[in-house]
Design a protein around this ligand. Structure first.
Ligand SMILES: [Zn+2]
Length: 214
């Protein structure tokens, strides 16, 4: 099972994926009985578009069994929204993740120190997955030491993949057209392991499904 932990596309593949929904997609999806596993969150780029009602919607949908993870959420230094405001909205989603016991899919651009500080301050137990990780191995090691997991997509630094232990290593297609199988093959080549050994995504999904069924 080659889990795609973060994609914006609807895939026809037999491999399970966590599809990221926009708020308007979520509005439609959670009122139907369509199957699948999804993530929804307030992305730092779009914080200004949201209101109190947005968080209320998120709290309503998050109870749905198909709602697997909160995200993308996080911090981005390249947007004009002040970092204080981004941190506030991110914190609300961290607290929600802890309250409902669901992982976080994190978007982080240039704010890794702030991210690690939040991790230390709030000491969360839920899995934090930094998605689309492209950083150098030094940054990967820092993130791992802080207790984060890393997800690799089409573009990544091979040495960072190499230093990431298998239980913290996830794979994603995000918005790219490369297949998840291709990404897993590349990662397995770097890790000098069998493709089936790259099972962090599968383990996370399995423990989630067990938890909602029992
Ligand atoms: Zn994405």
């Amino acid at each position: 099972m080659l889990v795609d932990i973060h994609t914006h596309k609807q895939t026809e593949s037999d491999n399970p994926s966590i599809r990221n929904l926009t708020f308007s997609e979520a509005e439609k999806f959670f009122s139907t009985d369509r199957k699948g596993l999804f993530s929804v969150g307030i992305h730092p780029w779009f914080i200004n578009e949201y209101s109190k009602e947005t968080i209320e919607n998120l709290i309503k949908w998050v109870k749905d069994e198909r709602f697997f993870a909160i995200g993308e959420c996080g911090l981005d230094k390249n947007v004009e929204i002040p970092l204080d405001q981004q941190i506030l909205v991110f914190k609300e989603q961290i607290q929600l993740s802890e309250r409902v016991c669901k992982p976080l899919i994190i978007h982080c651009v240039g704010c890794f120190n702030e991210l690690f500080d939040l991790k230390k301050e709030l000491n969360p137990v839920q899995t934090w997955i930094i998605h689309g990780f492209r950083g150098k191995p030094e940054l990967a090691k820092q993130a791992l030491k802080a207790g984060c997991a890393l997800s690799f997509g089409e573009h990544y630094n091979s040495e960072s993949v190499w230093v990431t232990p298998l239980d913290k290593l996830f794979a994603e297609t995000d918005e790219s057209s490369i297949t998840i199988v291709e990404i897993y093959n590349q990662l397995a080549t770097i890790k000098l392991c069998n493709i089936d050994d790259l099972n962090a995504g599968y383990v996370l999904i399995k423990s989630y499904l067990k938890h909602i069924i029992t």
